[in-house]
Design a protein around this ligand. Structure first.
Ligand code: GTP
Ligand code: ZN
Length: 356
């Protein structure tokens, strides 16, 4: 291990840089997150060349801008475009109040957009709006002291962040089972930690009752009626306690991987009439940004090879099976329905294929 940062460590630094408003350097381009960009740094980027606003095809689609790069759109900045203009284009919260944001001209020249793709992937990984400003800096004019990253390896690394190291574990009596052990595991690249809640004596020689539970602060902690996460969490723990053994993976993939701030943006859009999928798309995200390979890696790391998976989401079953975990049974987990989440559950059933 040299004293210099590895690629995962550099990515970890880059996430923080983007979140505090610093640009990063990707293959000679400076890239900054629109969400945290200051007027001074916008001026600094403009002094280097002609910045372009990079959006995902999902966000571009809601703005009626063609995504000539397939999954991305590179939008020219009109004269005088300031931080407020950039934010209004990137953030959909005002789309209905200020519907016309254009005209927006998208670049269609065949430049290599790998740096643009890496910048968007980093913004998503930093749980920021997936909108970045990118400018090619003339050689020799890249400011010293900024985090530098290679585009293609960043994309590959972000897609493969499933290596976790156990950090600590302890006995934690909970109401569902007094013999419970909480494990904390940390990814190599310094991203969010994830937890494994081991109930009783979960068998490793036969399919174990298991659940991959995605963090939901609003549901798990505040008892939100907008979703079914809280009741699912406690029903799963209680079932494992009653059975004398099970494992619940608590994956920090809040908001189906977009983070709590973006989930609250999505909730605000939902209060304007969009459904959960439309809201994610309007923000520039996919329906579901989670990487369930994490769950399979965690189960294997804890010595489990076969599960009876408590879920209504067939995609979780498929992902476990395709990543080496035998799913002997899908155990339905239909709880917590109420008038506030009826429509949400219906969208999960009708648009995301959940078995509800
Ligand atoms: N972006 C977004 N995320 C949501 C919304 N409602 C709940 N979530 C998140 O969705 C995740 C839970 O995923 P769900 O789709 O409800 O259920 P699932 O985990 O895929 O499937 P089950 O195993 O059956 O629970 C949690 O991370 C929640 O924070 C929403 O309206 N928008
Ligand atoms: Zn929830």
């Amino acid at each position: 291990m040299t004293l210099l940062p590895s690629l995962p460590e550099t990515i970890s630094r880059a996430r923080t840089d983007l979140r505090i408003g610093l640009p990063v350097v990707i293959d000679g381009n400076l890239a900054a997150a629109v969400e945290t960009l200051s007027p001074e740094r916008l001026a600094g980027l403009r002094a280097l060349g002609r910045p372009v606003l990079v959006l995902t095809a999902r966000r571009a689609g809601t703005l009626k801008v063609p995504a000539y790069d397939g999954d991305l759109a590179r939008i020219e900045l009109p004269e005088g475009a300031d931080v407020a203009w950039l934010r209004a284009v990137a953030d959909p919260s005002d789309d209905l109040r200020v519907p016309l944001k254009g005209p927006l001209a998208a670049r269609r020249d065949a430049e290599d957009v790998t740096p643009h793709r890496a910048a968007i992937a980093l913004a998503k990984s930093a749980q920021l709006l997936p909108a970045v400003l990118l400018v090619e800096a003339p050689a020799g004019e890249i400011p010293q002291g900024l985090t530098r990253l290679p585009a293609a390896p960043v994309i590959a690394q972000l897609a493969a962040e499933t290596v976790l190291s156990p950090v600590a574990a302890a006995h934690l009596p909970i109401s569902a089972a007094e013999r419970t052990r909480l494990h904390i595991l940390r990814p190599a690249a310094g991203g969010a930690e994830h937890y494994a809640i081991e109930i009783g004596d979960p068998p490793r020689d036969r399919p174990v009752l298991a659940r991959l539970h995605s963090a939901c602060f609003t549901g798990d902690v505040l008892g939100s009626l907008k979703c079914d996460c809280g009741p699912q969490l406690h029903a799963a723990l209680n079932a494992m306690g009653a059975e004398g053994g099970g494992v619940l993976l608590y994956l920090n993939q809040e908001g189906r991987g977009i983070g709590l701030a973006n989930k609250m943006r999505a909730y605000d859009l939902q209060s304007q009439g969009f459904d959960t999928v439309e809201a994610n798309h309007r923000l520039g995200f996919e329906d579901d940004e989670r990487d369930f390979r994490l769950g399979a890696a965690l189960l294997r790391q804890l010595g489990f090879g076969a599960v009876r998976l408590m879920t209504n989401n067939p995609r979780k079953v498929e992902m476990m099976q395709s990543h080496g975990i035998e799913v002997a049974e899908r155990v339905p987990l239909i709880v917590g329905r109420n008038p506030w989440n009826d429509a949400y559950l219906a969208v999960k059933r009708d648009k995301s294929g959940h078995m509800l």
